[in-house]
Design a protein around this ligand. Structure first.
Ligand SMILES: [Zn+2]
Length: 302
């Protein structure tokens, strides 16, 4: 396979999903309020809500965008962020990142899985019905498996938009201008198919949300930019084509954050998104290894 190289534009952007009051960073803090997505100003739209740059549901209390209007925020990007939170359902619970007022959880009829902040353990209580999640112990291998049945559905187009929504806010105005088709796609004025999204599972639990914008070093690359978002154990990479009509597949960028070494547990699923529709994922399992069961992975069972 030919080698493709992407280099980071600027430093990776990080936030802690656990901090309730961080140093607020407000982007695009111009005098004139003009939405960087739809282009409307205060004459034509409102800017009353604080627009979260990373989703609030992923614990962001740090980054906000002053120039995102209420219409774009609530009607276009909120549903996309909800889908991203659905995809990261289990990661949100495992990291114990705060929602607006509580902590995310999975609930079945009378059981619950939740972690209330990073100082606390993951709590799993089982009721009579093990319908939604299950715990399978492999004592002989020092492993515990958490199985979530029927994970939340999501739309992969919305996942790509949620990632691009973050990236778009960090791009310079001139870069946004050269990718103006992408801005139109973000607000639904045009479609791009197929979309290319890599979803990687990394055997590490990151305590931070990390975002990278990378550009290709080759001027022949039909995917000159990529956005990469790392949250807990998932790394999502969305490849940005040079225009909305590119039909080839991007060569993957395997140079992951921190130059993580790939090993057998580093799984990457390459998604080619052809349709704007909801995906109902298969059951997912997380396996934890431990040396000392109580220390490595404290659990409270029913
Ligand atoms: Zn707008």
């Amino acid at each position: 396979m030919s080698v493709v190289r992407y280099v980071c534009i600027g430093n990776p952007i990080t936030y802690s999903p656990h901090e309730s009051i961080g140093n607020k960073q407000i982007l695009n803090n111009d005098e004139e309020r003009k939405c960087i997505f739809c282009g409307k100003t205060e004459k034509d739209t409102t800017f009353k809500k604080e627009a979260h740059l990373f989703p609030a549901g992923l614990g962001n209390r740090t980054f906000f965008n002053k120039n995102e209007c209420d219409m774009c925020n609530e009607h276009i990007f909120s549903p996309c962020e909800d889908d991203l939170c659905n995809l990261l359902e289990l990661d949100r619970i495992l990291t114990g990142s705060r929602k607006r007022s509580s902590y995310p959880k999975i609930k079945n009829r009378d059981g619950v899985m939740q972690r209330k902040g990073k100082e606390n353990n993951l709590i799993i209580e089982f009721g009579g019905d093990r319908g939604k999640f299950d715990l399978i112990e492999h004592h002989e291998k020092n492993k515990i498996e958490i199985k979530v049945k029927k994970p939340m559905p999501y739309n992969e187009v919305n996942i790509c938009k949620a990632i691009a929504h973050i990236g778009w806010s960090f791009l310079s105005e001139s870069t946004r201008e050269s990718f103006s088709y992408l801005g139109k796609w973000l607000i639904g004025e045009l479609s791009i198919f197929p979309l290319h999204l890599d979803i990687a599972f990394v055997p590490a639990l990151y305590e931070k949300g990390v975002f990278e914008i990378k550009e290709s070093t080759s001027s022949f690359n039909k995917f000159p930019l990529l956005f990469r978002f790392l949250f807990e154990s998932k790394v999502l990479t969305f490849y940005i084509p040079i225009n909305h009509e590119v039909s080839t597949e991007p060569l993957p960028d395997w140079n992951y954050i921190d130059n993580m070494e790939r090993d057998e547990e580093f799984k990457i699923s390459r998604r080619i998104v052809q349709y704007d529709k909801r995906t109902y994922p298969d059951d997912v399992s997380y396996t934890f290894k431990y040396n000392n069961r109580d220390k490595a992975f404290p659990l409270l069972e029913e």
